[in-house]
Ligand binder design. Structure first.
Ligand SMILES: Nc1ncnc2c1ncn2[C@@H]1O[C@H](COP(=O)(O)O)[C@@H](OP(=O)(O)O)[C@H]1O
Ligand SMILES: [Mg+2]
Length: 359
């Protein structure tokens, strides 16, 4: 009942109730959306108003949002990588042997970075396929909510969203590239990487250097925060190659380009792609070509492939085939990466892997 002397209008009460409902809906919609994504993961909600960026029925995802989360994931993973290295307690172990018999190493830096990166992306995009280098322990789930903010530098380069079907997307995460060098405390080679492929084609890549806090990102046909250098030496190129999984790469490079060619042994596929670009980081060496001859995994190369492609460069097998980032984890045909060069002419110059004994 209304207080004495005050008469309530039924219309006023109805408007008031509707406004109240509107405010409640607004407050709780983000919270509920967050809960749905967590149920998708089977995880426990930890609160907060942020939610997933994709609808629960598969639907579409926005590649610009995927880029923002990929940058955040690479940086957060990098924080773990740095923290573990600085603690000097790496818990280094071997996951087994590579085909060539080298130790396939893993540390706490790999595992903790993998967990952060995976759950950040999985919480934001519950419906996309995510392939990571390290095993994700289902009993050790973490929910990391994205605040749905797209950084200014991305908004400046990429003015509009770009929706694609969630089912067409494959994400590749390398939580710690150059693990071998990480264990040797050769910090400059270490990167964290995220790549998004659509129908197997690499469309966006992020390479982050945790120890110099440098991040390169690019999206094909949309924009980037990194560019190619002004010139490259095609005749006697400086060639960056693996220092720990080299196979016959030095012989292949010298045989193809002559003894005047400079070979730069370096760790990490991310580091070697950055060596081809205009990167301000002082610890970064520069090269004209990146060649790899042994087996390699797609999380090692997808981000670099996307960035090179976005900047007009190429990454292919040694026989010039494009690499498809779906299905199997690895590629057999070696790797040739170049930018501002005649890539097909380089392919014709190189001997086939059969001749080098790698196939
Ligand atoms: N033959 C091989 N088999 C398995 N992984 C290989 C490989 N050659 C290179 N890689 C991986 O590719 C990345 C770059 O190698 P490199 O530093 O030798 O150029 C490293 O990734 P991770 O450090 O993420 O394991 C390395 O383990
Ligand atoms: Mg790697």
């Amino acid at each position: 009942m209304a207080p004495m002397g005050i008469r309530l209008s039924p219309l006023g009460v109805a408007v008031f109730c509707l406004l109240g409902l509107g405010v409640l809906y607004h407050l709780y919609s983000g919270f509920l959306a967050g809960r749905f994504s967590l149920f998708g993961l089977g995880g426990e909600p930890s609160g907060g108003a942020a939610g997933p960026a994709a609808s629960a029925d598969g639907g579409t995802v926005d590649l610009r949002e995927m880029l923002a989360v990929s940058v955040l994931a690479a940086v957060r993973g990098g924080d773990e990588v740095r923290r573990v290295r600085e603690s000097n307690v790496l818990h280094e172990k071997s996951k087994g042997k590579t085909r060539e018999g080298a130790d396939d190493k893993m540390t706490s830096g790999d595992v903790l970075s993998n967990r952060k990166m995976f759950y950040l992306l999985k919480t934001a995009f519950p419906n996309v396929q995510i392939n990571t280098e390290e095993h994700v322990d289902a009993t050790d789930q973490e929910v990391i909510l994205w605040d749905r903010k797209i950084p200014e530098d991305i908004l400046k380069e990429i003015a509009t969203p770009q929706e694609v079907p969630a089912e067409s997307v494959t994400v590749w995460i390398d939580p710690l590239d150059a693990t071998q060098e990480y264990t040797e405390d050769l910090r400059k080679y270490v990167t964290t990487m995220v790549c998004v492929a659509v129908n197997g084609k690499p469309v966006l890549g992020v390479i982050h250097k945790p120890f110099s806090e440098y991040t390169a990102w690019a999206m094909v046909d949309r924009g980037s925060n990194v560019k190619a250098r002004a010139s490259y030496n095609e005749k006697t190129p400086r060639i960056v190659v693996s220092r720990s999984h080299s196979g016959m790469v030095k012989q292949v490079a010298l045989q193809t380009f002559g003894n005047q060619t400079t070979i730069i042994p370096a760790g990490g596929a991310g580091y070697k792609v950055l060596a081809l670009l205009d990167v301000p980081d002082k610890s970064q060496e520069k090269a004209d070509l990146y060649i790899h001859v042994t087996y390699i995994k797609k999380w090692d190369i997808c981000a670099g492939n996307a960035i090179l492609k976005a900047l007009g460069g190429h990454m292919t097998t040694l026989s010039g085939e494009e690499i498809s980032y779906t299905g199997s984890d690895g590629i057999e045909g070696g790797l040739l990466a170049s930018i501002r060069m005649n890539h097909q002419a380089l392919v014709r110059k190189l001997p086939s892997l059969e001749k080098t004994g790698h196939k």
